[in-house]
Design a protein around this ligand. Structure first.
Ligand code: AP5
Length: 191
């Protein structure tokens, strides 16, 4: 059985950037991990069913539809992770029009059973600036305070994930000009 590490963080905090840096570092050390993006698995199903035209529309879908997409993604990723070390790039919670939706509800945790849940965080102002600088995505417009609340909610809901699975929770800071420090911290839990 491989190691399963779930990496989470609010949109634009730099999850994918830190994962990419860590994968490069681990490859040099000869440690193999598969990195998968949970949202991409959900999006493949949603696009085939003509539910959305871009990945940022998924969080606006009805709760039951998002739940079905989560289940499909979780079971596909679980099948991949039987014999490999896997990093899952996803969300502790997703901000939907009707409130926060758990990114790792019971039906996802049962499939994935992560060893570690990583929360990538940084100062809300930095996240706001990163979102404003990224034209490739359709970001929700929100201020630093709302971003801070989302990060706080992610810590709270992650405590429930630890209670359910026995996983550890690791907080990795990805601050401006300190990406390498964030990469170091992630590598240390992946080794
Ligand atoms: P997903 O694809 O994960 O979208 P996202 O959260 O918006 O992730 P991004 O890739 O845009 O942000 P990131 O944090 O990885 O930042 P990045 O590295 O690009 O999810 C898409 C959708 O799927 C979700 O909205 C949801 O609907 C659905 N979904 C996924 N998981 C789900 C789940 N479990 N349940 C239900 N739905 C789910 O970096 C951002 C920018 O910051 C870049 O420009 C980068 O260059 C810059 N940057 C990064 N680090 C630094 C640094 N240290 N200093 C300066 N700039 C930096």
């Amino acid at each position: 059985m491989g190691k399963k590490v779930v990496v989470t963080g609010v949109p634009g905090v730099g999850k994918t950037t830190v994962i990419t840096g860590a994968m490069e570092r681990l490859a040099v050390e000869g440690i193999a991990y598969e990195a998968v993006n949970f949202g991409t698995f959900m999006f493949d199903v949603a696009r085939k069913e003509n539910l959305v035209s871009n990945r940022d529309e998924m969080r606006k879908l009805g709760k039951d539809v998002q739940k079905r997409l989560q289940q499909a993604a979780a079971s596909e990723i679980a099948a991949m992770s039987i014999n490999a070390n896997v990093i899952v790039d996803t969300h502790s919670s997703v901000k939907t029009p009707t409130g926060f939706l758990a990114g790792l509800p019971e039906w996802v945790l049962r499939e994935l059973m992560p060893d570690i849940v990583v929360l990538v965080e940084t100062d809300p102002d930095q996240i706001l600036m990163r979102r404003l600088g990224d034209d490739s995505r359709v970001r929700d417009m929100e201020g630093s305070r709302a971003i801070a609340e989302h990060q706080e909610f992610n810590r709270a809901v992650s405590a429930a994930y630890a209670m359910y699975t026995g996983c550890t929770i690791k907080i990795v800071r990805n601050e401006n000009f300190l990406l390498e420090k964030g990469v170091d911290d992630l590598v240390s839990v992946l080794r």
